[in-house]
Design a protein around this ligand. Sequence first.
Ligand SMILES: CCCCCCCCCCCCC/C=C/C(=O)SCCNC(=O)CCNC(=O)[C@H](O)C(C)(C)COP(=O)(O)OP(=O)(O)OC[C@H]1O[C@@H](n2cnc3c(N)ncnc32)[C@H](O)[C@@H]1OP(=O)(O)O
Ligand SMILES: Cc1cc2nc3c(=O)[nH]c(=O)nc-3n(C[C@H](O)[C@H](O)[C@H](O)COP(=O)(O)OP(=O)(O)OC[C@H]3O[C@@H](n4cnc5c(N)ncnc54)[C@H](O)[C@@H]3O)c2cc1C
Length: 636
Amino acid sequence: MDHQVSRRTEILTNHLLLRAPPPSSVLQPHRCLSYSPPELSNEFAFDLREMRRLMDGHNLEDRDWLFSVIVQSALFNRRERAGRIFVCPDYNQSMEQQREATMRRIEYLVERGVFRGWLTGEGPAEELRKLALHEVMGMYDHSLSVKLGVHYFLWGGAVKFLGTKHHHDKWLRATENYDMKGCFALSELGHGSNVRGIETITTYDSNTGEFVVNTPCESGQKYWIGGAANHATHTIVFSQLYINGSNQGVHAFIAQIRDSDGNICPNIRIADCGHKIGVNGVDNGRIWFDNVRIPRENLLNSVADVSPTGEYLSAIKNVDQRFAAFLAPLTSGRFSGHFPIWMFISLLLWFRYAMSFSANDLKIMYVKRTPKSNKAIHIISSAYKATFTWNNIRTLLECRDACGGQGVKSENRVGLFMGEFEMHSTFEGDNKVLMQQISKALFAEYVACHKQNKPFSGLGLEHMNKPLLVIPSHLTTPTIRSSEFQIDLFHLRERDLLRRFVEEVSEYQSRGESKESAFILSYQLAEDLSRAFSERAILKTFMDAESTLAAGSLKNVLGLLRSLYAMISVDEDASFLRYGYLSKENASAVRKEVPKLCAELRPHALALVSSFGIPDAFLSPIAYNWLDSNSWSSQL
Ligand SMILES: CCCCCCCCCCCCC/C=C/C(=O)SCCNC(=O)CCNC(=O)[C@H](O)C(C)(C)COP(=O)(O)OP(=O)(O)OC[C@H]1O[C@@H](n2cnc3c(N)ncnc32)[C@H](O)[C@@H]1OP(=O)(O)O
Ligand SMILES: Cc1cc2nc3c(=O)[nH]c(=O)nc-3n(C[C@H](O)[C@H](O)[C@H](O)COP(=O)(O)OP(=O)(O)OC[C@H]3O[C@@H](n4cnc5c(N)ncnc54)[C@H](O)[C@@H]3O)c2cc1C
């Protein structure tokens, strides 16, 4: 792997880690700007391969294989610039052309066997391989990863985890081979976040043994359904299920929407959502169901079932828990917030490393999941999806600024990615709504532990059982940089905010407010608490990754990155001063530590960026000799 890392990366890194020296006041003899490739020193302070192994966590060889499969095909829009080959979608194409290009790329990847085992394989190793390959596709193009994500993780995940043997036998292999194209129709024009409120209605006709699916009104049309506008043949349709006039809540059904020739099925109407600010390689559509009849067997019945005579059966009596079970397939979709913009995240190095360790930790939880861990996975994936995708947007803004005019050029992708990824704060669950899930779960945990007088266990809350940290009156650099101090400080914040949140909600309830209303009235503490939970969870995974290393340069550099992550998080959260966790003097000491850490990290920036393991072709001209790529000769 060519470890040359761009001069621009170094400039970008300078921009963040250490402001460029002010222009000299003395007139210098004029000379043209020249591009000096970054010092190609093989004397990096640590082993890049070892750092990459730590960061990627798994399936490095599979990732490199897929990188090569993509680079070698003309379908991925290879182009030469100043002597280098880059692969990048042509975002100047029309929406229709981008959609077709995405389909051709998927068909090529199917032919290359990329998806073998994705749904018929079993066990953690298979799932980790699938996640790794999906990350690589996300680094090429968001449309590609989203279109595949909807088909394999949402449609395929719903069939696999909400369906039973009948569904597995009928659909999994065809899905894996891309012989049928699935989509996932949960959201409606009137209900995206509020899944419980969806309006599609399904009833059961015991005379024919069929379900009847109906869109009762315009706000009930399925909306934003990825793959539905042009290509999907089948969908998971989420609907209220009425049995004998009684609503049993949201359930998931399989409905065919096109035949194998692409003709829309009877009683189905489909329209296009139209051009978007990004991800135009995905054909998002709208679906109306006009009393569509589907076989009784099309209910995904791992959670509940309906007998041929129309009796409703479910092992899960609690309506909330049944609802939760139907939402579980969404969780894997929320794993996709951390990787797509890695090519640009060299600016915010510490966050790229923090995200990698957290995402890897969550993936291991997910591939080893049990019914007992589903709730924790939901809460942690909600925290990471919101935190990562909000950070991605911030990173792209920072990156665009740092590149000046070159960040506006589409071929450098920075500006384009702002449109491509900004929407990630909405789909797969609106970030603010997902963050509410955290404060709700922590509230429930706190109340349960106090009511049953039992210690906290789970969601990383075990620290609540220990004595509180006493913050030294004067913070020194060694203290600030110690992982024990950092995690204790994050524990202090989370523990105090949880206590405050519970007290405030309880106070509102004592005044007669409902629990829902009390939560809404306490939304500021809820937001602070959810942030505290998320950042503490991320810091803990960073420390866990560090603890696997023997003493040495790699561990030292990671320690600097971890301290930078922790101190920037503290510096940027007003809670530390607002609620008195830090004195003004200590807050100032933390703030002053940030540029010091940047200065110590700067010599390692190129090595840290090189450790991402992203092939040169996946970057952009700005990452190399940007003077050459803008020279007259390269235009000819
Ligand atoms: C690493 C490589 C990547 C791999 C993966 C790549 C996949 C890429 C896919 C990309 C796809 C992009 C295209 C976009 C697709 C979509 O957008 S699909 C639609 C997404 N829509 C949503 O996410 C809806 C968001 N809303 C909700 O999830 C729910 O309405 C809610 C807000 C969570 C529920 O709110 P509410 O009605 O208030 O109910 P609650 O009381 O909060 O919940 C009831 C209980 O259920 C538990 N729960 C909720 N969700 C889940 C879940 N997903 N899993 C498990 N459990 C869940 C919740 O905690 C409650 O539990 P209790 O408190 O114990 O009762
Ligand atoms: C590109 C794209 C692809 C998509 N693909 C799919 C797909 O394939 N399948 C699918 O089913 N869906 C898909 N969606 C839909 C997506 O899941 C929803 O857009 C998302 O869940 C948000 O719902 P909404 O758009 O109705 O916004 P709303 O839920 O109306 O949210 C709008 C605003 O209201 C706020 N808000 C909402 N509820 C609350 C609350 N309870 N408390 C406080 N604030 C709240 C939100 O924070 C947000 O700021 C896609 C969406 C997009 C943009």
